[in-house]
Design a protein around this ligand. Structure first.
Ligand code: TXA
Ligand code: MG
Length: 341
């Protein structure tokens, strides 16, 4: 059931908080993507999240808190953690810290716990009204793209789930996950808070080298993620060559009886003529592609497309996180092209 957070805001928050207090599960908005939440201290409630999502037990959840003091009661903060929390909370940054008592079903038995304070009135109101930290992964079935609006959540889980609806998420890709248990912060998952931003605050930052086939340091990295049913091919390189390659691949797919789709920036749209194109956003602002990405991947499936040819976005700012997700959706199926000279 979708509860739109408008005039009855307070009542809907209280209804959802009652479900959390009674050991149930609710979906709620955040600034990144929608989450599927339960009382982090209630093991049987958390077990329901894993069951509903079809999520492997060894992939730990993020615990959402309403304040820095609340975070400190569940995790040990070193100097870097404190600085980063003060600078970026509430916001799209998840800190991996030494655990101080969150049950192992949430942390997948690791000694650490992932904590974040979301920048969303609805999420913060829900956490306050529940009176407990809320463990929540993204509110999608395991393996499908994260939800950026209430309808996406309802499509995955049906109408029996209570969903708080605050409209479309402003950011659209999941939070940056950074391990701050060592000297140097290590980014396990890129997001809106970039490596540069973290380094500016903490003096340095590393991006985990987890690659396909490599050892996945963030347990979530080893599963195929963010994937639509359509096959995704990323094409990257010089503009004219990218457009030529995509047109060639699209036309070939069409001849083979497939239903191809181009995902391109607004500036390049016209070059694809009558071919089916979804616009990811302006090439000069990767925040648009971030906000639109998951919704476009879901629409592609809903419209029966079987192959997506995706123009790479510049890996600047949040563009780095966008391409991290797109590579995964493509199972690292990437074609690099250059202009002939
Ligand atoms: O923006 C977000 O982070 C959203 C919203 C709902 O807050 N949540 C989200 O959760 O994306 P989820 O479960 O889809 O992704 C959590 C990621 C996974 O890659 C998981 O492996 C990693 O965080 N993670 C959680 N706890 C960890 C830990 N203790 N150590 C390392 N990685 C951890
Ligand atoms: Mg997820």
């Amino acid at each position: 059931m979708i509860l739109v957070l408008d005039s009855e805001y307070k009542k809907h928050i209280e209804d959802a908080a009652a479900v959390i207090k009674n050991g149930g599960v609710v979906a709620f908005p955040t600034e990144t993507v929608y989450g599927l939440g339960a009382n982090a201290y209630d093991e049987s409630a958390v077990a329901k999240i894993f069951e509903l999502k079809g999520r492997p037990q060894d992939n730990p959840l993020i615990v959402h808190v309403e304040s820095l003091p609340a975070a400190k009661s569940i995790a040990a903060f070193g100097e870097n953690a404190e600085r980063l929390a003060r600078r970026f909370w509430p916001g799209p940054l998840t800190l991996v810290l030494e655990n101080k008592g969150i049950p192992s079903i949430v942390t997948a038995g690791l000694g650490t716990v992932a904590v974040r304070m979301p920048d969303s009135d609805a999420a913060l109101s829900l956490i306050s009204a529940s009176g407990v930290p809320i463990a929540a992964p993204s509110a999608n079935k395991s393996g499908s793209p994260s939800p950026t609006c209430a309808r996406h959540v309802q499509n995955d889980f049906g109408d029996s789930l209570l969903i708080l609806d605050a409209g479309e998420c402003g950011i659209g890709v999941e939070s940056t996950v950074v391990d701050v248990t060592g000297e140097v912060p290590v980014i396990l998952r890129p997001g809106a808070v970039t490596a540069e931003m973290i380094a500016q605050e903490a003096g340095s930052a590393e991006i985990s080298s987890a690659a396909p086939g490599g050892t996945p340091p963030s347990p979530g990295m080893k599963y195929r993620h963010y994937a639509p049913r359509a096959d995704v091919t990323v094409v990257e390189g010089d503009r004219a060559a990218v457009i030529e390659a995509i047109k060639f691949l699209y036309d070939k797919a069409l001849k083979n009886g497939d239903k191809p789709l181009v995902m391109a920036c607004r500036e390049n749209r016209k070059h694809y003529g009558k071919r089916d194109v979804f616009v990811t956003g302006s090439e000069t602002d990767p925040r648009e592609a971030a906000k639109n990405l998951y919704s476009l991947l879901r629409s592609a499936d809903e419209n029966g497309y079987t192959g997506i040819f995706f123009e790479a976005v510049k890996k600047e700012g949040i563009g780095f996180a966008v391409m991290n997700r797109v590579y995964k959706a493509a199972s690292y199926n990437v074609i690099r092209v250059t202009d002939k000279r």
